[in-house]
Design a binder for this molecule. Structure first.
Ligand code: NAD
Length: 257
C-alpha cells in the first residue's frame, strides 16, 4: 500500500465528499502532518471529531478555515501549515463547486464568474503558493506532489454544464503548465478525473440523473468517494514517482479520452 510516512500534506475541500475520504486515506497511509482546509471550521471539526479524539490525531491534524478563491487566505493556509509542520510535500487542490444544468444561452455571467473563481482561481492560487512552499522545504522539492481534482467533465464536454466543464478543462491546463514548470525541480503535478461519485455534491443532482449517469459508465454504476481517494493517494505518494502531467481517469469507464 502507498505510504505517506514523513510527508506533510494539504487537502482543500476536506470537510466533505472526496476531500474527506482523501483525508482518511492519507491518515491511514501514515501522513506526518495533514492540513485540512474548508470554508467552515465548524464543518471541519464535525467531520474530523473522531480523528481528533486521540492525542496522536491532534498532533497530525491541523484544521484551517479558508476560502480557496481568496489569495490572502491561501497564503495564510499554506504558511500556517509550514509553521506547524516545518515543511510541505503534498498539496491536494480539491475544493470545488458544481452547477445546475442550464443551456449556454441562459447561462448567467455572474454564476459563470463564481464558478471560475472557485474552481479555477482557487487551484491556481493553491498551486502558486503550495509550489513555493514545497520548493522552500528541506527536500528542495524532491518527492513533492500536487494533485488537482478535475473531472471526467474536464475531458468530455456535456450539454448544459458549460461553466463546470470549462472550469475543469482549465484545471487540466493549469496542471499541465505547472507540471512542465515544476518537473525540473522534481515536483510532480497531476489531475484526477472522477466520474459521477456519490457525495453531497451529487446529492444535489436529481435521482433520475443518477441512473442516466450510471448507464454511461462501462461499469454501470456511480463511484464512491473512497475510490477517488485511492487514486489521489496514488498520485500523492511516491508509488507514482514517474507520473507527472497526467490526467488519471477514475470514472468507471465513462470518458473515452
Ligand atoms: P462536496 O460538495 O461534497 O465537497 C466539496 C467541499 O469543497 C465542500 O466541503 C465545500 O465546502 C468545499 N468548498 C467549496 N467551495 C470552497 C471554497 N471557496 N473554499 C474552500 N472550500 C470550498 O463535493 P465533492 O463531490 O467531494 O467534490 C470535490 C471535488 O471533486 C470538486 O472539485 C468537484 O468538482 C470534483 N468532482 C466531483 C464529482 C462528483 O460526482 N461528486 C465528479 C467529478 C469531480
Amino acid at each position: 500500500a502507498p505510504t505517506l510516512q514523513g510527508k506533510v500534506a494539504i487537502i482543500t475541500g476536506a470537510a466533505s465528499g472526496i476531500g474527506f475520504s482523501t483525508a482518511q486515506s492519507f491518515l491511514a497511509a501514515g501522513v506526518q502532518g495533514l492540513a485540512l482546509v474548508d470554508l467552515s471550521l465548524l464543518a471541519l471539526q464535525d467531520a474530523f471529531s473522531s480523528a481528533l479524539a486521540s492525542p496522536e490525531g491532534q498532533q497530525r491534524i491541523l484544521l484551517l478555515e479558508a476560502d480557496v478563491s481568496d489569495e490572502a487566505s491561501v497564503i495564510s493556509y499554506v504558511s500556517r501549515t509550514v509553521e506547524r509542520f516545518g515543511k510541505l510535500d503534498i498539496s491536494v487542490q480539491n475544493a470545488g463547486i458544481a452547477q445546475q444544468p442550464i443551456s449556454i444561452m441562459d447561462q448567467e455571467v455572474d454564476a459563470w464568474d463564481r464558478m471560475m473563481r472557485v474552481n479555477v482561481r482557487g487551484p491556481f492560487l493553491g498551486v502558486k503558493h503550495s509550489l513555493k512552499a514545497i520548493l522552500a522545504s528541506p527536500s528542495g522539492g524532491k518527492g513533492g506532489s500536487i494533485v488537482l481534482t478535475a473531472s471526467q467533465l474536464g475531458l468530455d464536454g456535456a450539454p448544459e454544464l458549460s461553466a463546470y466543464c470549462s472550469s475543469k478543462f482549465a484545471v487540466r491546463g493549469l496542471m499541465l503548465s505547472a507540471a512542465a514548470e515544476a518537473g525540473p525541480q522534481g515536483v510532480r503535478v497531476n489531475a484526477i478525473c472522477p466520474g459521477p461519485v456519490v457525495t453531497p455534491m451529487m446529492e444535489k443532482t436529481p435521482r433520475e440523473q443518477w441512473t442516466t449517469f450510471a448507464g454511461k459508465a462501462m461499469l454501470g454504476r456511480l463511484g464512491q468517494p473512497e475510490e477517488i481517494a485511492s487514486g489521489i493517494l496514488f498520485l500523492a505518494s511516491e508509488e507514482s514517482a514517474f507520473v507527472t502531467g497526467a490526467s488519471l481517469k477514475v470514472d468507471g469507464g465513462w470518458s473515452r479520452f
